[in-house]
Design a protein around this ligand. Structure first.
Ligand SMILES: Nc1ncnc2c1ncn2[C@@H]1O[C@H](COP(=O)(O)OP(=O)(O)OP(=O)(O)O)[C@@H](O)[C@H]1O
Ligand SMILES: [Mg+2]
Length: 514
């Protein structure tokens, strides 16, 4: 948080003790978190950061679950504090996206979402998930287009008909029923062509999910986007500034009850996406559902007051607070009393260590905090994008066979590992279900008996030989002269042993004589 006299570019979250609380852009190339209770100021902080990144000409993507961070295209109110900091109200050219038809349609082709995330969308169990992984891989190998949910349904039909090895009809039927339910709910609109072209994510982008937020599904859209960026963006190595910053609102929904495959996939995506210049900010009320593996990846931490509802959330937040180095601020206590709009900020220092937390009064956004009506947002949005993504295109033919083998995408290896793990898990389960035979039982008993005997022998040997020797050794080592005595004793014993016949006959003679 240097007050850079140099030309280092930074953004300012607000004020700390009257000075600007800056975050250099080079530290924003790492991932971050904005956490705090409802109404504590997370969305405003997200707005302030996004505005400044966009003003610096960087690309930003904001997933706005409640639709209350949509006012970027309208200038905010004058504010004395902002004025003093030279932070004037202004509007920003914004691309508005939606899953339905309200703005530019954000769509994904089913195949590029990846089987693991698509399984999460359908809430599949591990067995069903492994079926979906096989289906996705089958489509890729055979060049079967998999853009829409109806193409996925057709593919699953085909897999049943051709009786693919290891696939169970009942699992496939469940998947199909769940896809149909998705179509009923209208969320299938998220899939198809034209799918989002990542080069269209220039400038400030807001995905308004307020009409799709009935449930946790809304947070799948930013997850799909992350997966797509992970697969399509080239490596850029270590960059000085983030190429694209993604604010992932209500992120805890994605991880709630997530299985290990999903958690592993997200950790892999987060690790690799950084070298592609993408930085992710998780925004969450309840860090309790965000796995530790993810929290440990985060560098910039903006933590608002926390009246955590769940014990797990409280514990995770305290763990986050503990990751701040010692400072004058009593972090856990401070977090309970922070007023709305005030946060603890910790980022990295020059040597890459977490900085002590600063108590920051976050600026009011330069754009409006009010909810702007859809018509105004549509008017302000990029008309070219609205036109480009307005209509879902008709589907391509069902199948197109080619002889060449398609190149594996970056996510393929992760997914294949997921299949292997899923298969291992189901094998383990099956083994449990089948149960051991009588001979298995006898064999296990014999093994256990052998184990027991060996263990007993070791114990006896330890008690009778090793322990006394150890004690003797300790006793001798205390005074080196004892070693000499001991050696003499040994020599004497040896002499007695070798001459025992002679000695015993002499003793016998003595007895008779006596
Ligand atoms: N930096 C700020 N400047 C001015 N007002 C703020 C600021 N932060 C918060 N507020 C006030 O607090 C209200 C709630 O803030 P915000 O919407 O950011 O909360 P939130 O943490 O996103 O809540 P939720 O979890 O419910 O989405 C805002 O509408 C605003 O009135
Ligand atoms: Mg909010």
């Amino acid at each position: 948080m240097a007050d850079g006299k140099s030309e280092e570019r930074s953004i300012t979250l607000g004020q700390a003790d009257g000075a600007a609380a800056k975050i250099p852009l080079r530290y924003l190339t790492r991932h971050g978190i904005i956490a705090g209770s409802t109404g504590s100021g997370k969305s405003r902080a997200m707005q302030v950061l996004s505005e400044q990144l966009a003003d610096l000409g960087l690309d930003v993507f904001v997933s706005d679950v409640k639709g209350d961070a949509s006012g970027f295209c309208v200038a905010g109110a004058e504010n004395e504090r902002n004025k003093l900091a030279g932070f004037a109200p202004h509007a920003i050219q914004t691309n508005y996206w939606s899953v339905g038809g309200r703005f530019a349609g954000m769509r994904f082709s089913v195949s590029e979402t990846g089987a693991v995330l698509f399984s999460r969308l359908l809430s599949l169990n591990p067995t069903q998930e492994s079926h979906l992984v096989i289906a996705f891989s089958y489509a890729r190998k055979n060049h079967i287009p998999l853009d829409t949910t109806s193409q996925l349904l057709d593919l699953l039909d085909e897999l049943i008909k051709t009786e693919q090895r290891g696939m169970s009809q009942s699992s496939i039927s469940v998947i199909q029923r769940k896809i149909m339910a998705l179509e009923e709910s209208g969320l299938a609109k998220m899939f198809g062509k034209p799918d989002i072209d990542i080069s269209d994510l220039k400038g400030l982008n807001v995905l308004n999910l307020s009409d799709a937020r009935k449930d946790a599904l809304a947070t799948m859209a930013p997850a799909f986007l992350l997966h797509k960026l992970f697969e399509e963006l080239p490596e850029v190595g270590d960059v000085d500034e983030p190429v694209l910053t993604i604010f992932f609102d209500e992120a805890h929904y994605l991880f709630k009850d997530a299985n290990r495959t999903l958690r592993d996939l997200m950790v892999t995506i987060l690790k690799q996406i950084r070298s592609k210049g993408v930085s992710v900010f998780f925004v969450s009320q309840d860090v309790g559902d965000i796995p530790d593996e993810i929290l440990s990846q985060l560098s910039t931490k903006i933590i608002f007051s926390q009246k955590v509802l769940t014990e797990k959330g409280n514990a995770r937040l305290r763990a986050l607070a503990r990751s701040f180095p010692n400072s004058e601020i009593e972090v856990s206590e401070t977090l309970k009393t922070l007023p709305p709009g005030t946060a603890l900020l910790s980022t990295l220092d020059g040597s890459g260590n977490q900085t002590a937390p600063l108590q920051v009064r976050v600026f009011a956004p330069a754009t409006t905090m009010a909810i702007v009506p859809d018509q105004e947002l549509r008017k302000a949005a990029d008309q070219r994008l609205i036109a480009k993504y307005a209509e879902r295109k008709a589907e391509q033919p069902k199948k197109s066979w080619r002889s060449d083998t398609p190149k594996k995408k970056a996510g393929e290896a992760v997914v294949e590992r997921a299949v292997e793990r899923a298969a291992e898990r189901s094998e383990r389960k099956n083994a449990k279900r089948t149960g051991p035979s009588v001979w298995d039982g006898v064999f296990v008993f014999l093994l256990k008996l052998l184990d027991f005997i060996i263990e007993a022998l070791i114990k006896v040997a330890t008690a009778l030989i090793i322990n006394p020797l150890r004690m003797l050794f300790k006793y001798l080592m205390k005074k080196p002269i004892r070693i000499l005595y001991f050696l003499l004793l040994l020599l004497l014993a040896y002499i007695i042993f070798v001459n025992w016949t002679l000695i015993s006959s002499y003793l016998a003679k003595l007895k008779i004589g006596g």
